[in-house]
Design a binder for this molecule. Structure first.
Ligand code: ADE
Ligand code: ZN
Length: 340
């Protein structure tokens, strides 16, 4: 890629809207926390763990991702993990982040949801002081039952009050195939009635029908991944018309073999058809890069123009769950930067 464009991207103010905080846990920190907490890992070195990051599909990744998260026990662990992400985000000129967390991964090991949120919040509050605004989105694990999701939702109700400035929505992640969005209709209806923002992973490995369900049954505000929408022309037109953003994660899509290689990625087709796509890192510690690395990889492979990159950046800001004033201010900052 043209080094001037790479540098311009690197320093551009941007929002990241699809980052699983547990997916930012680097192998070094996994080992440090395992030692601190006396947790036994199935790998005897950092290199051995890293060597296992050779995924064949979403499930092969999730198995290792949940094993990595097993070292998180105390408030300080969630703080350390989140602070490490805050540093990486600031280094990539992320000015606003909307961060997913998976409470069930921790509560099923006996860690209280209050501990999880308190540690994440302490780091995000520090991030705010350093120029990174953020929101938090509670994700339900779709391989578990809706009853489990409902119980998690009920247990989080006091937290939606206590952390109303931060904890603004719910999402849906984990194993997509065989677990359609409609499985979670009731819990999303409750979250919607409460005025929470709604997102769901759909059309990552699953078919366009899952994207329709996310829109029509869950009534989501944004779709996470959604790249398989390209297989259905009517769906693409609908996403474009309704300005439903897709939070696309290029390196993730290659590592999990959604596409054979980056030149086959469908982001540019979606962009050309007017869909509000934007760029994210998903699980940066596992997929080989934080948000800027994702921009570099996709811009390089698809030979995106200066104008197309600007659109991706602007889409990231416009799709953020912030007030209209905050959004206008973020876009004005990008415009001033991009023109100079
Ligand atoms: N959890 C963490 N990363 C995920 C992904 N890419 N898809 C589904 N669930 C996830
Ligand atoms: Zn994801």
């Amino acid at each position: 890629m043209n080094p001037t464009l790479a540098d311009k991207i690197a320093r551009a103010p941007k929002a990241e809207l699809h980052i699983h905080i547990e997916g930012s846990l680097e192998p070094e920190l996994i080992f440090a926390l395992a030692e601190r907490n006396g947790v036994k890992l199935a790998y005897d070195s950092i290199d051995a763990l890293r060597a296992a990051y050779a995924f064949t599909d979403l499930q092969s990744f999730l198995d290792i991702y949940y094993a990595g998260a097993s070292v998180l026990l105390h408030e300080a662990d969630f703080y350390d993990m989140t602070m490490a992400y805050v540093e990486r985000a600031l280094a990539d000129h992320v000015t606003h982040a909307e961060i997913f967390f998976d409470p069930q991964t921790h509560t099923e090991r006996g860690v209280a949801i209050e501990t999880v949120v308190a540690g994440i919040e302490r780091a995000l509050a520090e991030g705010e002081k350093r120029g990174l605004t953020s929101k938090l989105i509670l994700c339900f694990l779709r391989h578990l039952s809706e009853e489990d999701a409902l119980a998690t939702y009920e247990s989080a109700l006091p937290l939606f009050d206590q952390y109303a400035h931060r904890l603004i929505g719910v999402g849906l992640d984990s194993s997509e195939r065989g677990h359609p969005p409609s499985k979670f209709e009731r819990v999303f209806a409750k979250a919607r009635a409460r005025g929470l923002k709604l997102v769901a992973h759909a059309g990552e490995e699953g078919p366009p029908a899952y994207v329709y369900e996310a829109l029509d049954v869950l009534k989501v505000d944004r779709v996470d991944h959604g790249v398989r929408s390209i297989e259905d022309a009517a769906l693409v037109a609908r996403l474009a018309d309704a300005r439903i953003a897709l939070t696309v994660c290029p390196l993730s899509n290659i590592k999990l073999r959604v596409f054979d290689d980056m030149t086959r990625h469908t982001l540019k087709d979606l962009l050309d058809q007017g869909v509000a796509v934007m760029i994210n890192s998903d699980d940066p510690a596992y997929f080989g890069g934080y948000v800027n690395a994702n921009y570099f990889a996709i811009v390089d492979a698809l030979k995106l123009s200066d104008k197309e990159v600007y659109t991706l950046l602007k889409n990231s800001l416009e799709a953020s769950f912030v007030t209209d004033d905050e959004r206008a201010e973020m876009v004005a900052r990008l415009d001033a930067y991009w023109k100079q």
